[in-house]
Design a protein around this ligand. Sequence first.
Ligand code: ASP
Ligand code: MG
Length: 422
Amino acid sequence: MPVLVMKFGGTSVADLDRIANAAAKVRAEVERGHEVIVIVSAMSGKTNELVKWVSETATFYDAREYDAVVASGENVTAGLMALRLQEMGIPARSWQGWQVPILTTSQHGSARFIDIPRTNIEQKFAEGMKVAVVAGFQGLSPENRITTLGRGGSDTTAVAFAAAFDAVRCDIYTDVDGVYTTDPRITKKARKLDRISYEEMLELASLGAKVLQTRSVELAMRYKVRLRVLSSFEEVTETSGTLVCAEEDIMESKAVVGVAHSREEAKITLFTIEDRPGIAAAIFGPLAEAGVNVDMIVQNISEKDYDEAHPGAVTDMTFSCPVDQVPRARRAMEEARARGAINYDDLIIDDDVAKVSVVGIGMRSHTGVAARMFTTLAREGINIKVISTSEIKISVLIDRKYMELAVQALHDAFALEGAGRS
Ligand code: ASP
Ligand code: MG
């Protein structure tokens, strides 16, 4: 029998009525002839509450106990969902991570999958169970301790099960009806995409479109899991939601499919650094050790013999990182300078910037995307501070106050309001 994975996020299981609503969607799939693996999140707000309890109890908490506490939210919804399905006459059973067992590494708080053996669940399916309700977000370490996968990790649990059980599809039920061309709160012209490629979704997910945990998309791409994102508050039809799929399954290739944004960015420039082999390593090594997530990097062309005080070649280095990591980045740079590992005249921080990006696999074959993007921003009088590109993405840093304007203008310029992609 074909296996379908259905995942319900926190808002979809926020109370008993919503669990009943989700259960009705599960029943419909059982009636369509599927064996169903349901992955549940904790009720919305629950995980935050548990995290708060942990940090109120211990500032420097033991990560193993953090996981023991924080994983419990999913246990509650798994049991309730199984009960609700049983009440509807559907043979269902709940599974906590250790019962499957979902084997992970022992990096508590951000564990990774090692293996999900099928035997236990398959045996129950063979005995007549129709639905396995699995607690998302959790696993079991080689030391036999409960682990969690990082916030938003239930998406990744769902994709991992779909891969392990060769599921026909992995449906992610959430509170939005799909993936949009941009944030609908910024422009009403944003529209739902019928399809998006793994690569595009990955760019949008990591650029701040928070529909799916980034790791779940990486995993889906690796194992070619067809992912569908859809709303648990709407009637499900064949065309519901957005299908995240391989590039080959997408007919039309517009140059740009989406405009992403990330509001809380900062830009840091080290002025007048030596231009010599090893300088970049000497800067970014300490930043990595300090846990700074460096995003864009720009190194100026070297100026020879800058002035008498600075014989030899010098240059400037600029990088961006999340605004809340600025203190750490600054400290790492100051310490590296004090140690003599690097040398700079000035460290300038601009913590008032945002990143706006256009994304699309069509960029590989369409020319002029960058020109159109820059012309559009120029017409709005928006100054670009840093540019970076990849094969399917162009990102710019701009003053934060222009972020909405930039998103709206680019959404218009690339005609994203037009007919849905299919
Ligand atoms: N409950 C966990 C969280 O809030 C995992 C999830 O919902 O995906 O992060
Ligand atoms: Mg989520």
